[in-house]
Design a protein around this ligand. Structure first.
Ligand SMILES: [Zn+2]
Length: 208
């Protein structure tokens, strides 16, 4: 099985990129931890538990040609662990990068819906202001999009990024997600870089 790791700055569009793939190809560590009713946020859960969950999930998906890891690895322990799995081929580390100004701008404007959709002026606006395109509910602001929380998330991101990049520098694919057409651009780059991702070439971005 080939494994792609998806890593990105807050608001770099990781969620939107994940939704371009069939959901069974996505291994989201956040979701796995929530399903297990473990504390939200991998920092609170030991790497041993996280690693075990990961292996169980990959075993269930071993018939698939590839999976995309979202939210794993995050610690040095986890990096070592996955690198040492002889049956896992780490194909690429995909880094969606955004500068801090972009993150601060986007989070200051982002609105979300209870159905999971998320909107931003210019980049991904809703058709009617304040109303979800998908379900018609009222949009609202995420608690962790307030400035203090965003600064904390950025701090974590900047602390993690150098060790992630140095661990996977040989397989790193960095994609700039600062521009307004970043999703179309990311699809083009992914489609031309990986056989498994060729279907993204003409993919329409669904605003969720
Ligand atoms: Zn909605």
């Amino acid at each position: 099985m080939q494994v792609y790791m998806l890593y990105g700055a807050p608001t770099s569009g990781k969620g939107t990129i994940c939704k371009l793939f069939p959901s069974n190809h996505i291994v989201s560590m956040g979701n796995l931890l929530r399903q297990q009713q473990l504390v939200d946020g991998a920092n609170m859960v030991s790497s041993e538990v996280v690693n075990k969950l990961l292996l169980e999930e990959l075993k269930e998906k071993q018939h698939l040609p590839f999976v995309i890891l979202d939210g794993y690895p995050r610690t040095v322990d986890q990096i070592e662990f996955i690198k040492n799995q002889s049956n896992i081929h780490l194909k690429r580390f995909i880094h969606l990068s955004c500068n801090d100004e972009t993150v601060l701008y986007r989070t200051s404007l982002r609105e979300v819906c209870l159905c999971g959709a998320s909107y931003m002026p210019v980049l991904k606006p809703s058709k009617i202001s304040g109303i979800c395109d998908l379900c018609g509910q009222q949009l609202f602001r995420r608690n962790d999009d307030d400035l203090t929380q965003v600064k904390k998330r950025l701090e974590i991101y900047h602390a993690e990024t150098p060790k992630m990049i140095s661990a996977f520098k040989d397989i790193c694919l960095q994609i700039d997600m600062n521009e307004n057409d970043c999703f179309q651009n990311a699809c083009k780059i992914l489609a031309s870089s990986e056989r498994h991702f060729e279907f993204l070439k003409d993919k329409e971005i669904i605003r969720t």
